[in-house]
Design a protein around this ligand. Structure first.
Ligand code: SAH
Ligand code: SF4
Ligand code: F3S
Length: 454
């Protein structure tokens, strides 16, 4: 076995998690082996996120914590969104770092690693918005035992006023529907039954060979033999079309869950955010989903305390929660980010007021979710197993609507991640359901290749 080893830590969104799978696969191809601790590794990589809260400072603190390892001859690399954003400044602040690369340059990773091995001390992969290329996925090391990710669109061209992503991930570029479906078939062949299609804005998907719309691509992936669940994230309300709802209605393997970030319930704030839609436009898309034949679970992201957000405008976000009745909400306090248009706006809402608004939203949403989840009491649902909690003697899983479902398991060996079990819901909490395995209904689905039962 080769002596070269690497340690990789990942922060941020699912796209970063999946990028890490691509980076791992590429490094393994070059003779590296992944290890679990910084101390053991020759190469330490941090796949960073820059979305909010002084993210770059956190990365520098983390590097500082492990600075002593540089003396042991180890090399450090900063990759991902903070790498692209801070660029060569990272070498100045942390001179023991010898690789800085953003996600748009990972297709050149083999060459970057070779230069590192040849002794170069300042290797950069900092492709900005110029690139048209996507990352080839033949080396992807799939590390998630039950869910396979496929990036269908990289980058973002939306330029929402508060957001770093267009600067850290470059311009929008879609993979061809043919290569996506081919990858889905390969993944199914490996034993995976759940696929999640990824992109910062999947609704902007444009098949470069000009054939399939996003809804058609969803359907094509959901119809691949062996695939039982297809998820997709993130949808942008501006480009969210009705045929997506029709596809969910028509194709049972498309999960009955849509994550549709709204950010604010106030049309004025949305305009300031450059989101390109109004409250009414957003609610119209929600109405399409509520009118569907299947009950579609809806979740969202919200920002409180955007510059200039008045109390009355914040209240509009609270009333939006009441109107939509989301099943999950991810709410964040606004923080100003480098390069973004909102940087010039005065971050006018005091921290304490942002915290207060956040708490009001979370309290209201908790109440909504409590009732939403209680509606499932007594229901029988198919759950995909994700793991086992020995302390509670419960199997951990998820419903098609993406709700966590934990259930008691009467047998000595827990079911494998990636298998399916029918469960009757006996208790409901605001964030999870509890149930019991329905006996007499055999466990179905095949466990993922090479995966041990937990
Ligand atoms: N592409 C997705 C969002 C990606 S970022 C979309 O368009 O909705 C994930 C979430 O982080 C965003 O939905 C937003 O709610 C939050 N976020 C992004 N930038 C932020 C900032 N500067 N301050 C606070 N929250 C932010
Ligand atoms: Fe950021 Fe807006 Fe793009 Fe989402 S759509 S990644 S919030 S710029
Ligand atoms: Fe973070 Fe980059 Fe994702 S900033 S949220 S890792 S796109």
């Amino acid at each position: 076995m080769s002596g070269k080893s690497f340690y990789l830590e990942t922060f941020g969104c699912q796209m970063n998690a999946h990028d890490s799978e691509k980076v791992i696969g590429t490094l393994e191809q070059q003779g590296y082996r992944q290890v679990e601790s910084e101390e053991e590794a020759d190469l330490l990589l941090y796949n960073t996120c820059s979305i909010r809260d002084k993210a770059e400072q956190k990365v520098f603190n983390r590097l500082n914590d492990y600075k002593r390892l540089a003396r042991a001859g180890k090399r450090f690399g900063v990759i991902g969104c903070v790498a692209q954003q801070e660029g060569e400044k990272i070498f100045e602040r942390a001179p023991y770092v010898s690789l800085v690369a953003g996600s748009a340059s990972y297709r050149r990773l083999p060459e970057l690693i070779e230069r590192l091995e040849a002794g170069e001390t300042r290797v950069t992969g900092l492709d900005d918005r110029q690139t048209e290329e996507t990352f080839e996925t033949e080396f992807t090391a799939r590390k998630n035992p039950y869910r396979a990710y496929i990036t269908i669109i990289e980058g973002c061209d939306k330029f929402c006023a508060y957001c770093v992503v267009p600067y850290t991930r470059g311009k929008e570029r879609s993979r061809s529907s043919e290569s996506v479906v081919e990858e889905a078939r390969r993944i199914a062949g490996m034993g995976y039954t759940e696929i999640q299609l990824l992109g910062q804005n999947v609704n902007s998907y444009r098949d470069p060979i000009g054939k399939k719309s996003f809804a058609e691509l969803l359907t094509a992936v959901a119809e691949v033999d062996g695939i039982r669940r297809v998820r997709f994230t993130t949808s942008h309300p501006r480009d969210f079309t009705r045929d997506i709802v029709e596809a969910i209605d028509a194709v049972p393997t498309l999960c009955d869950h849509v994550h549709l970030p709204v950010q604010s319930g106030s049309t004025r704030v949305l305009r300031q955010m450059a989101r390109e839609y109004s409250r009414e436009w957003y609610l119209e898309r929600i109405a399409w989903m509520k009118a569907a034949k299947r009950r579609i679970s809806i979740s969202t992201d919200l920002i409180v305390g955007f510059p200039g957000e008045t109390t009355a405008e914040f209240e509009e976000t609270v009333t939006l929660l009441d109107e939509v009745q989301y099943d999950a909400v991810f709410a964040f306090k606004y923080s100003s980010r480098p390069n973004t248009p909102s940087l010039v706006m005065i971050d006018s809402i005091p921290e304490a007021e942002k915290s207060k608004r956040l708490q009001i939203l979370l309290d209201r949403q908790r109440e909504i979710q409590r009732l939403n989840y209680e509606n499932h009491l007594g229901e029988k649902m198919e759950v995909m197993v994700e793991g086992y909690n020995p302390a509670r003697e419960q199997v951990i899983g998820r419903s098609s609507q993406n709700k966590p479902v934990n259930f008691s398991w009467p047998h000595p060996i827990a079911p494998a991640p990636g298998s399916y079990q029918w469960v009757r819901v006996t208790r409901a909490f605001p964030n999870s359901l509890v149930g019991e395995a329905v006996t007499g209904e055999a466990l179905t689905g095949q466990a993922t290749a090479g995966m041990a039962a937990v």
